[in-house]
Design a protein around this ligand. Sequence first.
Ligand SMILES: [Fe+2]
Length: 280
Amino acid sequence: MEINVPTPLGDAVAAVWRARALDDRGLQEPGAQDGFRRALAADLGRAYTDWTDAVRAALAAPPHAVVVRDRGPGRAAALLAALAVALGEMMNPYRDLVPGSPVLQEIVPKGPSSPDRVWLWHTDSANWPEPNDLSALACLRAAPVGGATQVLSLATLRAHPAWRADLLAPLWEAEVEWPVDSFLGGGTFRARAITADRLRFRRELLAGRGSGAFQRAVDGFAAASDAAAPDVSALLRPGDVLVFDNRRAMHRAGPVRDPQRRRRLLRTKIRQRPGRWRHL
Ligand SMILES: [Fe+2]
């Protein structure tokens, strides 16, 4: 699913962003995200509601991912934040632990240990007790070749011939101990990988955990994911934003050739606020 940003809308969002002198640090001030959303609603009116409603509607249906295309110059951060504050709240669970940690995080080409680097399907923040609901990526600078972000929904995976409910049942029947991200203080918590509300998956975090049957289920789930074709392969150009539902879909980095490490993405993680979406 793709949605274009009409030029007047993109210009108006960028104007509100500039007028409020917002940046990553500013968005972390108490009330700043609500203030930005209200200012956008006041200045843009129906155009902002219609745009964000369209994104929200696209996210609600499989594959729960939408690409927002913009051709305007240098306003990716403004558009990313304008979408994020309409969809929920930009999360920063590190705030108390790592002062200055961002809500708009610049993603640079990664080392070999990252799941994105080695092209493994995963959900974001799987090792946070409360992961983000949505993830959003804006492209600041593209790689010379490739660099798509791929998305695969749980709905698609369940319909694939490689999905074997008998083998995979431990993923929704058994709680397993997850190691908490060291940023969040370490320790462990217990959760099922698949519940009615959320998929939580990152294979290397689950290695050696749970019963033998659980380990076979993890391997089977990874094998089925690798066998399935991605729902979306989003090749972002500068200004484009990809949003996906981190509860209902996994993602991975597709093949990329970027020897100069040029690619720059801006990521935000969003917690939804049921009942607080309508701003007009
Ligand atoms: Fe990721």
